[in-house]
Design a protein around this ligand. Structure first.
Ligand SMILES: Nc1nc2c(c(=O)[nH]1)N(C=O)[C@@H](CNc1ccc(C(=O)N[C@@H](CCC(=O)O)C(=O)O)cc1)CN2
Ligand SMILES: Nc1nc2c(ncn2[C@@H]2O[C@H](COP(=O)(O)OP(=O)(O)OP(=O)(O)O)[C@@H](O)[C@H]2O)c(=O)[nH]1
Length: 459
C-alpha cells in the first residue's frame, strides 16, 4: 500500500541559525528532485544513501534558500521510509516557505509525532521506545535524560518481554496438557507454576517500586511548606530560591495565595508550594489558602513544617502537627538567630519519632546545608546517583504493570484454592496481554493516536 509522503519543520519555530524541514515517504526523493537544484544539474535521486548535498531550493524560477540536503533511503532511516532533510536557514519565514513548497509538490503536512509513529508502525521501535522519545526531548535533568535514553534503547521493553515470555510459556504448557492429557501430565504443575509466578511478581514489583523514585528523580519532590503566619515560610522559600520571590512582611497572614516554585538543591529538584499559614480564620481569601494547604499536605511527597522558635508553641501548632502524622516531614526550627522559646524536644513530643528537626535561620541563611543533606538522606539514602536499574517513569506503563500484577495474584489465588488448570490460563492471558500494551502489542488505534498526538510537530 502506498503511504502519503509527509513533511514538517523539525526544528523550533523561532529564528535560529539553521532549521530543518523533514520529508518522509515514498515520494520524498522525487519531490525534492523538483525543488532542489545542485550545481552542475545533478539530481538527488542519483545520489547514494546517507550523503549530504549542497544546492538551492527553488519554487519554479524563484530561489527560496541556499541549503544542505541529507538523503537517507529506507529502511536506513528514522521512519524506515525514504527520508530527506533540508537544512536551511533557521528563519521562521524561510522554513515555512520551504515547507509550503514541499507540500505544493506533493507532500502533506505531518501530524504531531507522525515521523515517530511511522517508526513504530514500521517496526523500528516499539511503543515504549516511541514514548521515550518525547521524554528525551522534555528531559530537564540528568536523571530524566538517562532514564529516557535507557527506555529508548529498549530496556523497559526487554524487561517486559522477558516476563511475558515466561507467562506465555506457561499458557502454552497448560493448553497443550489440556489438549493431550495422555502424554502431558499436570500433576504437581500448580507448585511449579507458583514458582514462576512468584518470580514474575517479584520483578513486576521491583519495576513498580522504581516508578516512585523515578517520578521523584524525573519531576522533582513535590514539597509543601506549612507553618503558622509569620513563622518565616516565605523567607525560607526566598533563601532556597536565592531571590526575592515571595512577599516577606511582618504582618501575619501575608501569604494568601499559594506560590509554586521549582528549586534545584545540588541536583535534587523540589517543587515547592508555599501555603498560607494554617490556622483558623474568618477571612475568606485566607480561608481558601488554608484549605488548599490542608489538601496539599495530603498529596505532597515532603512537608516542610516551619516553626518560629522564638515563640512558644500554641494550639495552632498542635493542629498542624496533627496533619503531619505518617507523612514524610522535616521540621525546621526557624529564627535560630533569636533567643529560643521552642526547642527540638518540645516539638519531638508531638510528632512521629523519626521526624527530623533542624535548626535554621532563613534570614541569616544558616542550617540550609544540613537541611539539604537531610533530604538527600530521606529520599536517596544519601546518594543521588543514577544506577543501572530500569526505571518506570511513564504512568501508562505503571498502570499496565499494576494490572498485570493483580492478574498474577489471581493465578496464585486459583492455585491456592485448587482450581482447575484452565482457570490459570485466563488470568495468565490477561497478564500477558496487558503487559503487551506497554510495548504496543494489540493496542487500539485510538490509544496509539492519542500517544503520538502529544508529540511535537516534526518529531
Ligand atoms: N538530522 C537528524 N538528526 C537527528 C534525528 C534525525 O532524524 N535527523 N533523530 C531522530 O529524530 C535523532 C537520531 N535518531 C535516529 C534514530 C535512527 C535513525 C536511523 O536512521 N535508523 C535506521 C538506520 C541506522 C543505520 O544507518 O544503520 C535503523 O535503525 O534502521 C536515525 C536517527 C536525533 N538527531
Ligand atoms: N530573626 C529572624 N527573623 C526571620 C527569620 N525568618 C523570617 N524572619 C522574619 O519573620 C517575619 C515573617 O517572615 P515571612 O517569611 O513573611 O513569614 P511567613 O511564614 O511566610 O508568613 P505569612 O506570609 O504571614 O504566612 C519577617 O519579618 C521575616 O523577616 C529568621 O531566620 N530570623
Amino acid at each position: 500500500m502506498k503511504t502519503d509522503t509527509i513533511a514538517a519543520i523539525a526544528t523550533a519555530m523561532a529564528g535560529s541559525g539553521i532549521g530543518i524541514v523533514r520529508i518522509s515517504g515514498e515520494e520524498a526523493v522525487s519531490i525534492t528532485d523538483q525543488i532542489f537544484h545542485m550545481p552542475g544539474g545533478k539530481k538527488l535521486s542519483d545520489m547514494e544513501t546517507h550523503t549530504i548535498h549542497y544546492g538551492h531550493i527553488r519554487d519554479g524560477e524563484e530561489v527560496i534558500d541556499e541549503v544542505m540536503v541529507l538523503l537517507m533511503r529506507g529502511p536506513r532511516s528514522y521512519t524506515r521510509e525514504d527520508t530527506v532533510e533540508i537544512d536551511c536557514h533557521g528563519g521562521v519565514y524561510v522554513m515555512k516557505r520551504i515547507l509550503e513548497t514541499v507540500i505544493k509538490y506533493g507532500a502533506r503536512p505531518a501530524e504531531p509525532g507522525e515521523f515517530t509513529k511511522r517508526a513504530f508502525l514500521n517496526g523500528r521501535i516499539d511503543l515504549s521506545q516511541a514514548e521515550s522519545v518525547m521524554d528525551v526531548i522534555s528531559a530537564k535533568n540528568e536523571f530524566a535524560l538517562k532514564s529516557s535514553m535507557k527506555q529508548l534503547s529498549g530496556a523497559v521493553s526487554d524487561a517486559v518481554k522477558e516476563i511475558r515470555g515466561e507467562i506465555l510459556h506457561e499458557i502454552a504448557f497448560i493448553e497443550s496438557a489440556l489438549d493431550d492429557p495422555e502424554h502431558i501430565s499436570l500433576d504437581g504443575y500448580g507448585e511449579r507454576l507458583e514458582l514462576t509466578i512468584e518470580g514474575a511478581v517479584d520483578r513486576i514489583e521491583k519495576l513498580l517500586a522504581s516508578s516512585d523514585n523515578g517520578r521523584i528523580l524525573k519531576e522533582g519532590i513535590s514539597t509543601v511548606i506549612v507553618g503558622k503566619p509569620n513563622a518565616g515560610k516565605s523567607s525560607l522559600l526566598n533563601t532556597l530560591l536565592g531571590e526575592e520571590r515571595a512577599i516577606v512582611t511582618e504582618i501575619a497572614g501575608t501569604t494568601r495565595d499559594v506560590l509554586e516554585e521549582q528549586i534545584n538543591l545540588n541536583g535534587i529538584v523540589l517543587n515547592i508550594i508555599d501555603t498560607a499559614g494554617i490556622r483558623d480564620t474568618d477571612d475568606i481569601v485566607e480561608k481558601i489558602g488554608v484549605d488548599k494547604a490542608r489538601k496539599y499536605v495530603k498529596d505532597a511527597d515532603l512537608i516542610l513544617y516551619v516553626v518560629d522558635a522564638s515563640t512558644n508553641l500554641d494550639e495552632n501548632d498542635g493542629e498542624i502537627m496533627e496533619l503531619l502524622h505518617g507523612r514524610r516531614t522535616i521540621i525546621l526550627l526557624n529564627k535560630s538567630d533569636l533567643t529560643p522559646l521552642t526547642t527540638a524536644e518540645d516539638i519531638r513530643a508531638h510528632v512521629d519519632k523519626d521526624c527530623p528537626v533542624i535548626s535554621i535561620s532563613a534570614r541569616e541563611q544558616k542550617g540550609i546545608d544540613v537541611f539539604t543533606e537531610q533530604i538527600r538522606e530521606m529520599f536517596f539514602r544519601g546518594e543521588v546517583t543514577f544506577n543501572d536499574e530500569v526505571y518506570i517513569t511513564n504512568i501508562r506503563h505503571k498502570t499496565a504493570l499494576q494490572e498485570a500484577l493483580s492478574s498474577l495474584h489471581l493465578v496464585e489465588q486459583s492455585i491456592a484454592d485448587g482450581m482447575p488448570e484452565d482457570f490459570y490460563s485466563i488470568d495468565l492471558m490477561n497478564a500477558y496481554e496487558v503487559l503487551g500494551t506497554i510495548i504496543g502489542e494489540a493496542v487500539e488505534d485510538d490509544l496509539v493516536n492519542e500517544i503520538f498526538s502529544k508529540f511535537c510537530l516534526g518529531k
